[in-house]
Design a protein around this ligand. Sequence first.
Ligand SMILES: *Cc1c(COP(=O)(O)O)cnc(C)c1O
Length: 231
Amino acid sequence: MTTTTTLAERLSGVRARIDAACVAAGRDPGEVTLVGVSKTHPVEAVQDAVNAGLLDLGENWEQELVPKAEGVAALGLAPRWHFIGHLQRNKVRSVIPHIASLHSLDSERLADELETRLAQANLAPLECFIEVNVAGEDSKTGVATSDVTALLAHARTLPHLNVVGLMTVAPDSHDDVEATRPVFRELRTMAHDLGLPQLSMGMSSDYLVAIEEGATLVRIGTAIFGPRRVS
Ligand SMILES: *Cc1c(COP(=O)(O)O)cnc(C)c1O
């Protein structure tokens, strides 16, 4: 392919596909928040994205999030940062001042550390998603489906955590995107049974299926920012 597209063009293409998928599924496009995953991409790319109207951004690593969030803030821009990677407890203190949402709550010990540090820093309750390893893959983080209820019950005792939903990363579908559907459907059923309204599910390769299955946040990197710079 010789044509190059700009970030703004890719972003509006993704938004158009999200809106069309919502309409086809009988859903209001306003129910789905697009989180642009900017990992490995520089502050300049984030600046372009925010200027093109992308207000929610996701990062996976503390050592990348903190300087990037500070660099973006120094430009006078104020996107909402979502932490979507595994969060080590010793990184909690430096991450929490920067984020509006954590998609990867995956243990009681992490919940306790968040509670302590949020209280110490006098921060507002943090929006959280419990990350669920729906397919039980060894390679994936997140709690087992059988542990979600206990973790939610524990988190609900902590005043600085506001658990709003569940999150999952579907198994690599190897070009058969339909293979992700049962995973998304199971997450939706679990969230419904637990009384949780939000579902963070769907990435560049599978977000249309995730929207059909009820996603309220999709986390999209490559389709907006292009290939990642490093692996
Ligand atoms: C990297 C990442 C994404 C975005 O992946 P793309 O395939 O580039 O859209 C979404 N969610 C999580 C948890 C990620 O680590």
